[in-house]
Structures are given as C-alpha cells and as structure tokens.
Design a protein around this ligand. Structure first.
Ligand SMILES: [Zn+2]
Ligand SMILES: [Zn+2]
Length: 328
C-alpha cells in the first residue's frame, strides 16, 4: 500500500489565530491517530464526520501518538475512549494531566519570568491569567501516557516511523520519520506559511528555557535527514524542506535585527521591547509576544548584539552593543 493510502489528513477548526489544525489517521499495524485535535464541540463533530467518511468510528482507533502537548494537538484526548493507549514525549504528560502541583509550579515559574520581564506587581495577576488562559480552557486534564517516546525509538505498531526529538516550538516536540519513504509527521516543528513560535514553557525540570535557541538547533538537526515531505500540524503537507529550513533560519536572523532596531539605545526591559516592537499586540497575547521577543533577545545576546544585565529587583535589562547600519 502506498503512503497516500496509509495516511489520512483530517483538518479541524480551532479558535486560535493559526487557524485549523491537522490530525492524521495512520493505517499501520494498529489504526493510529496522530494528535488529538481541539477540545471544542465543533472540532469533535468535524472529526467524527471525517472518520465516518473513511468508514471508521472513534472506537476503531487503537492508539494515539502525540507530536507535542499544545491544546490544539491534545485537546480532545479527554473525549476519546479511556482504554485507547496514548504515547508521546514524557514532558507532554504533566500538561495533559495538570494536577494541582504542576499548575501551581508552572504559574510560579511563569510569574517569575513575568517579573524578570518587567511586569509590575499590581498587574501581575492579570498578565498571568492572560498568558495561561489557553492552557486552562483548552488543555485536557487527567490524561496519562501509556508509554514515553524518545530519540531513536520507533512508533509502537508502526515501526517504520522513527522518533526524532526537535525541541523548540515546544520542549516536547517530536517528529516521526519514515526513512524509506522520506516522509515525516512534523507537528508544529515546521509550518507552511508562518514561522513556528518557540513557546516559553518553564517547568520544574527546565525552569529557564531558551526556546528559540533550542528551536534553531532543532532546525539545523532536521537538515541531517533526507525528508521529501512533512505532514505539518497546520495546513498542507510541505515539500522542499531543506530550502524552507534555510529560508526560515535566514528570516529569523533578519527578524532579530528588526527587534534590535526597535530597541533603540539604553537599557530596556523585555516588556519595553515588546511594547516597542508589537505595540498593538503585546497586551492582547502576552504569552505569544513574550515568547517571541524574549526568544529574539536571547538570540541577539548569543550573537553578541545585546548585553544582558539585571537590576537590583531581578528585572532583566537588555542593551544594544552594536550599532547597525540602516537596513535596506
Ligand atoms: Zn504547537
Ligand atoms: Zn498547533
């Protein structure tokens, strides 16, 4: 059977700016669902209808494999029959189980980041609420993994698919690679139209992540694989992966230089850089904007364009060290 007949893409609506999300049915030794959509009635109905068109029902699914923990990829785990085993990176589990201790730890670590970014005490709770709203509303709760997937594993009952760890967009991000067919399931590691936002997701195992730097390392790692096609988590499948990755790495550098220009002179907090670079957006979507801006600042620091210090309250201060010629 050719891969075309083995892989069925099902596109489901999301309420997020990224638009619809893909889940995939993989006809392997077991009927496998790659990712578990969005926890909305609308997405669930579209999913059931798509299964029906293919001659399946929800109870025919024999296992679920997760590319990463984001709510648009794990949301309706809660609504699948509880005896279907679910596999993913071990870091996925706390986000889909969400016990009290994890939620509190995450909020504390996030609060600490917001403090370091320059968010003041009087508005801290409001910002924290905004930054964690999507997880609270749309992530599943009480879900466990039947097994953990790590670098070098093959997928259970689908052994032609290798597991490759590609942290960055999320620390739990995996891609699944079929070496013979030169095809991969990519989750959100590489998306068709937009760069993947490397999300700031502090956890007790990794309280001070630098997701953009992880992401760039994972993109470079991906260049080592001969991949003709990626089934992406959003949009159409992607081809010509190598050129796309090279283009994304170059665009990322240019984007960072634009952030640098927006900074101007003098020491700035992450909040101030966010307000300068995304004046219309930073208050509406602080999780997205802080992930983006903090990511760019860590990149600029690594590349020697900015210097990082802390004031006596522990707030991070970024200062340009190189004056750029105007960009054409
Ligand atoms: Zn994602
Ligand atoms: Zn996604």
């Amino acid at each position: 059977m050719s891969l075309d007949h083995k892989v069925i893409r099902i596109e489901l609506p999301t309420p997020f700016p990224i638009g619809p999300v893909n889940v995939f049915l993989l006809r392997a030794d077991k009927l496998t669902l790659i990712d578990a959509g969005m926890k909305t009635k609308e997405a669930w109905n579209v999913f059931e209808e798509a299964l029906r068109k293919e001659g399946y029902k929800v109870t025919d699914i024999e296992q679920v494999i997760l590319t990463h923990q984001h709510p648009d990829h794990t949301g309706f785990l809660e609504w699948l029959p509880s005896d279907i085993p679910v596999y993913g990176h071990k870091l996925v589990e706390p986000w889909i189980y969400q016990d009290e201790e994890f939620v509190q730890q995450h909020n504390e670590l996030y609060r600490n980041f917001l403090m370091e970014f320059g968010v003041s005490d009087d508005v801290m709770d409001t910002w924290l609420r905004k930054a964690t709203a999507a997880i609270q509303v749309y992530s599943p709760k009480g879900q466990k993994l039947a097994g953990y997937l790590k670098e070098g594993d093959t997928l259970p009952y689908a052994s032609e698919w290798e597991v490759i760890e590609t942290p960055g967009h999320s620390l739990s991000q995996l891609i699944f690679y079929n070496r013979k067919e030169k095809v991969a399931f990519g989750g959100d590691h590489i998306l068709p139209k937009v760069p993947s936002n490397p999300y700031l997701e502090p956890t007790i195992q990794n309280p001070k992540p630098k997701p953009l730097l992880d992401y760039l390392a994972s993109l470079e790692k991906t260049l080592n694989y001969d991949i003709d096609l990626i089934y992406s988590g959003h949009g159409e499948p992607l081809s010509d992966i190598h050129s796309l990755i090279m283009e994304r790495i170059q665009k990322q550098h240019k984007w960072a230089l634009r952030v640098l220009q927006a900074m101007g002179e003098g020491k700035k907090t992450t909040l101030e850089v966010s307000a300068a670079f995304f004046p219309d957006m930073y208050e509406k979507a602080p999780d997205f904007i802080f992930s983006e801006v903090y990511g760019q600042l860590t990149y600029l620091e690594k590349e020697g364009y900015v210097e990082l210090t802390k004031n006596e309250e522990g707030v991070l201060l970024w200062e340009t060290t190189r004056v750029l010629a105007p960009q054409s």
